[in-house]
Design a protein around this ligand. Sequence first.
Ligand SMILES: C[S@@+](CC[C@H](N)C(=O)[O-])C[C@H]1O[C@@H](n2cnc3c(N)ncnc32)[C@H](O)[C@@H]1O
Length: 472
Amino acid sequence: METNQMKELNKITYGAKIIANCTGLNHEGEGICKITGIKDGQEIENYVLFVNNMLPGEKGQIEIGKIHKSYGYANLLKVFSDKKSPNRVVPFCKHYESCGGCNIMHLDYKAQLEFKKDMIVETLKKIGGFSNPIVNTVLGMQNPNYYRNKVQVPFRELNFKVNCGFFAKESHHIIPIDECLIQPQLTTDIIKFIRNICNEFKIEGYNETNHSGLIRHVLIRTNHTLDEIMIVLVLTKAILNDKEKLIHKIINRYKNVKSIIINVNDKLGNTILGDKCITIYGNDYITDELCGLKFRIDAKSFYQINHTQTEVLYNKIIEIGKFNTEDVIIDAYCGIGTIGLIASKYAKEVLAVEIVEEAIYNAKINAKNNNITNVTFECNKAEEQIIKWANENKKIDAIIVDPPRKGCDQKLLNTIDLMKIPKIIYISCNPSTLARDLKILVEKDYDIIQIQPIDMFPYTSNVECVVCLKRR
Ligand SMILES: C[S@@+](CC[C@H](N)C(=O)[O-])C[C@H]1O[C@@H](n2cnc3c(N)ncnc32)[C@H](O)[C@@H]1O
């Protein structure tokens, strides 16, 4: 009897094709299916499979891929027509199935925003331990296309030719891209043009297997009007034959190229940029305008990738920060000074800190170019610099923190608490570390006043968030 029952159960093995129901989405936008079946001879209930492309409420046939002890992955083979999600749309990018760039383009845009809000709520519950977090509706884009102002494209040697495109999902296999709907068409054109020049001038593409070849990546940065373009050629060494001819070809065709840079990266691994930049044409920066101010952006410094939504984010910071002209504000993790400089007209003084030297160099120039005199910049770790300010007995009215994905250093959070800073504006691109840090701050002496997500990265499962906290 038992044996017959076991025969009817699904086999949880690589390659097995089974019918499954999708009940939710994980933070990567993959469908979550819980199945009962036999794994390694044992019956398992609620084994979790993450299914690429499947949406909540759908039922369909899936094929199991990689499996781990308590969860695995599967591919969607078909959705039963009467069990299709009303939120399913046909992805409008022809590369979507294979390219690893976007992951939720099969979800209607309005539903993408709802998914992002739910994901933040769930993460705040799970990691932050908050029982009923109130999260505002995600601020989305009117026209969520062609938004990326920075693109980094891998160049690889394939069959004695340079090939470029984006990496396929979870691999380093290159998908040649002839259009990408989240970056300007101009950017795609330049990438293809540079690939053709590389082939014409016999510039060898990088080979990851034996760490040979010359060109590894091309990074393009554009300003929001597309009249300033920076091209960074990431090479394994600083020698580029036919350099002058190459420059000439590029600037002849693309008049708005203001900067061409060689970046040298001879290290093994996936880090895109190396330490050394050599400007071979024009300036070592381009300029962009944000919230009425002008900013110089260099190759290595951080700059938000979606201009429209960055203005939405920065305006939100000013709105929820409710700063007044007597306030002294810290801008921690300030990059090229964008937030601190924009906030400076609402405050008496801004103290800004950032770890990247080039960013601080440009931040100081940005202050000068915008005639702003009440912001000072320090090149340091935020967690170290804030201790210095605390030791100087600085009275701080508010702190803006905008850390990288790994979130704030514990030392920084402790010092904010020790200094009894009345207001914190926390900007995050990673709900998990945000939830972790909010938990710490709430356990200290802070209340969350508002959580506002902003859709900085349409068609991907990433989301930006700004949170206002006040001291109890
Ligand atoms: C998400 S970016 C924010 C930059 C800036 N606020 C903006 O809106 O453009 C995070 C910044 O933190 C910087 N950073 C990383 N670790 C740091 C640390 N320990 N101390 C200070 N800055 C750091 C990075 O170089 C990067 O510029």
